[in-house]
Design a protein around this ligand. Structure first.
Ligand code: AGP
Length: 590
């Protein structure tokens, strides 16, 4: 969602912040800004639009000084416009604040501050933080101690979620605080410190991080940091070194990150299948009522886990993170939480509820040090490297790889584990074969407006994910159905030439799939079939021959050509697959 970057040290802060924010542009934003201090006074530039356009118009680098913070905003309170862009400041323009999250008691605080004469210039919840600090400092001699205590008592009044960066004019330190929103500190090599909402922002400068705990407040100067835990006591947080390199977040010659991330899946799968799942096996082996929670694409991966566990006669239910509170029974003893970012608010709130009721939490995520990994009892990393495209591609297949390994290790399914180990090279071969045919198909399909994706059994989550991919980046209407459900209603929407994309591998479910495809064909639909079986392929107006894989691996295999299809259709339509409108990479609000 929103991105935060802060810097204090010997470089020009504006340069570091601009670079850092450009590295997290993929998270999605509608406006941006930064505040820089030279130790005496502070200046702010902010506006609506993309970083490069704001820079071209206002020149961020004209902000001179070695202390600063910046922000890319994804609107929640008030429309995208200059006055709602961060940083926000107090009446005297001496306190600048950047913020991710939502302050839930902002209305009450605003009313209180307005009564005391504060004038607000934005519609945001963030602005109250700057005014609260200003109010706390009223009548006090400005000193490092008085500023720290004003920051501390202002933050103690906030309810909701926040990752905050605070810069006070004339103060040689930056303040930061986090609660239910990610914020990390980066340690520079010599006399410089960074902070950011996302490691990717800082990989060009450091790979040494310190992760703040829930409720922590920190002060940074060029030489180091001081951290206080939620109860105000001084705290030490352990350092973390990451292997991700800045190169991993480059396009490597591709036009878009999404294409790079689709095509590198043989490699990322190889990393994911070598995950150590021992901690997960330990937790699930003794579980009587396991549950799975996740959102969006990760939820579809969760449906595959539900399916595999059911096949082992383990009753597991998969819940959408946002729905868990309405459906949980309180009897779940192990909750598997799946999230590529590890920061999805809906998933985290499900996890917190489950933990409160005594469940153990097993996380499956890509991000070391993410909130989910830190709140879980054990974490399995998918290790696919940074995914910069907003929509999930390699993280989905990485999640599936870890899920297969977990399920097969749990049931000591040697054959399954062997097949899984061979997946990366099989996927490479398949990608080479389908790439051009899919590109061609995308040209034809980009002229259509409505799409149906159908499958059965374990193919159904794949149909759901394929439809989600298509709508996320093409903005075309797409729906996925378990094929048998069509006749219970949606079949009435089929008319001449509506594309029905059928994921139809050979096997026990194939005859019923064929009947469903014929039902659609009889209503004039245009069938696009993906299968490893010649007879089934012949049912389609268009067909894509797939290699034969065991039924379990259908979602992992069949999603790849469908990711490519969504990508190339988006290119045909002249849209940006990396940064689709209205979407953010990690959704940190409920
Ligand atoms: C994927 O393409 C989506 N943009 C979205 O559905 C995503 O999967 C969902 O928001 C969950 O994110 P997470 O995996 O980071 O928790």
């Amino acid at each position: 969602m929103c991105g935060i970057v802060g810097y204090i040290g010997h470089r020009q802060a504006a340069e570091v912040i601009l670079h850092g924010l450009s590295q997290v542009e993929y998270r999605g934003y509608d406006s941006a800004g930064m505040a820089v201090s030279d130790g005496r006074g502070m200046r702010i530039i902010k506006d609506v639009g993309k970083l490069r356009d704001i820079h071209a118009k206002h020149n961020f680098l004209s902000l001179e000084g070695g202390i600063g913070l910046g922000h890319t905003r994804w609107s929640t309170h008030g429309p995208p416009c200059e006055r709602n862009a961060h940083p926000h400041y107090d009446c005297s323009k001496k306190v600048a604040v950047v913020h991710n999250g939502i302050i839930e008691n902002s209305r009450a605080l605003k009313a209180e501050l307005e009564k005391k004469g504060h004038k607000f210039t934005s519609d945001t919840d963030t602005e109250i933080v700057a005014h609260l600090i200003e109010e706390e400092l009223k009548g006090k001699k400005s000193s490092s101690d008085s500023i720290l205590s004003a920051v501390r008592s202002s933050i103690s009044r906030l309810e909701g979620a926040y990752a905050l960066g605070i810069l006070v004019s004339g103060e040689p330190r930056l303040f930061l605080a986090r609660r239910h929103a990610p914020l990390i500190i980066g340690k520079g090599k010599k006399e410089e410190m960074f902070f950011a909402s996302d490691m990717a922002a800082l990989l060009g400068y450091t790979r040494d991080f310190v992760l703040l705990n829930e409720g922590d407040l920190a002060a940074l100067d060029a030489k180091g940091m001081q951290i206080w835990s939620a109860d105000g006591s001084p705290a030490v947080r352990s350092p973390l070194h990451v292997d991700w390199t800045p190169q991993m977040a480059q396009k490597m010659g591709h036009d878009y990150f999404m294409l790079k991330e689709i095509l590198e899946q043989p490699l990322t799968l190889a990393a994911a299948v070598s995950a150590d799942v021992a901690d997960g096996v330990k937790l699930l082996a003794g579980a009587k009522r396991p549950a799975v929670v996740a959102c969006g694409t990760s939820y579809y991966a969760g449906l595959v886990l539900q399916y595999l566990l059911h096949r082992q006669k383990r009753t597991a239910s998969a819940y959408l993170g946002s729905e868990y509170a309405s459906w949980h029974t309180g009897a779940e003893d192990v909750v598997v939480a799946i999230s590529q970012s590890g920061e999805t608010a809906d998933t985290l709130s499900a996890v917190r509820l489950a933990k409160k009721e005594g469940a153990k939490v097993l996380a499956i995520t890509n991000v070391v040090g993410s909130t989910l990994s830190r709140e879980a009892d054990a974490t399995l990393y998918i290790s696919v490297g940074p995914e910069v495209g907003v929509v999930a591609t390699k993280t989905f297949t990485g999640q599936l790889a870890v899920i297969y390994k977990l399920a097969y290790s749990l049931s000591s399914n040697k054959k399954g584990l062997e097949e899984l180990a061979a997946m990366p090279s099989q996927v490479q071969q398949m990608l080479d074969e389908v790439h051009e045919p899919v590109h061609h198909l995308a040209k034809l399909m980009s002229k259509r407006k409505n799409f149906f994706f159908i499958s059965r059994g374990i193919g159904w989550p794949c149909a759901l994910e394929a439809a989600l991919k298509l709508k996320e980046i093409t903005y075309l209407h797409a729906e996925a159905y378990a094929a048998g459900e069509l006749k219970h209603g949606p079949i009435s929407m089929l008319e001449d030439k509506v594309p029905v994309i059928a994921i139809a591998p050979s096997g026990a479910l194939a005859p019923k799939m064929e009947s469903n495809m014929r039902e659609c064909h009889a209503r004039g639909a245009s069938i696009i079939v993906l299968s490893d079986d010649k007879t089934i392929l012949s049912e389609g107006e268009h067909s894509l021959a797939m290699p034969k894989v065991s039924e379990d691996f259908v979602p992992l295999f069949y999603i790849l050509p469908l990711q490519l299809l969504a990508y190339y259709m988006t290119i045909e339509l002249g849209r940006d697959p990396d940064q689709p409108r209205n979407l953010a990479k990690s959704v940190t609000v409920e």
